[in-house]
Ligand binder design. Structure first.
Ligand code: ZN
Length: 138
């Protein structure tokens, strides 16, 4: 655990108890949501990401390693591919062939958008659209 994680739990501890419960419920839902959306391309499959992948075993091994690492990580489902964060934290990506890497990036971006859309629901909140309406009307 790094300082960032400690900080998160300290912040949580300062919330009123009912909000703590909401946050913890959200955290429980966020982990599978980031796996199922932002990182859905790491799900094990017989087929490589890129149809004519020249090194399917190496690429699939890299995906398995990324998925294993994700289960131990904090919330990373909203990080951006272009920020370098993903490459920095998942060195296994360097093992992917060019084709698989391109497919991974595209699916990451699509999945990240879906993850963002369902984020409020993880906390029992209405959609972003409804939240924006609420914010605008008050
Ligand atoms: Zn490949």
């Amino acid at each position: 655990m790094d300082g960032k994680v400690d900080h998160k739990w300290q912040a949580l501890a300062r919330l009123p108890p009912t909000d703590q419960v909401t946050c913890l419920h959200g955290l429980v839902k966020i982990h599978p949501a980031q796996l199922n959306h932002t990182f859905e391309w790491t799900v094990h499959s017989k087929e490589p990401l890129y149809e004519t992948c020249p090194q399917p075993r190496t690429c699939q091994r890299a995906l398995l390693d990324i998925r294993a690492k994700l289960s131990l990580m904090d919330i990373v489902g909203l990080e951006t591919w272009g920020s370098g964060y993903i490459y920095q934290h998942f060195k296994e990506l360097q093992k992917l062939c060019k084709g698989c890497s391109r497919v991974a990036e595209n699916r990451f971006k699509k999945g990240r958008e879906t993850f963002w859309e369902l984020l409020p629901s993880c906390f029992g909140l209405p959609t972003w659209e409804e939240l924006e309406k609420e914010a605008g009307s008050s």
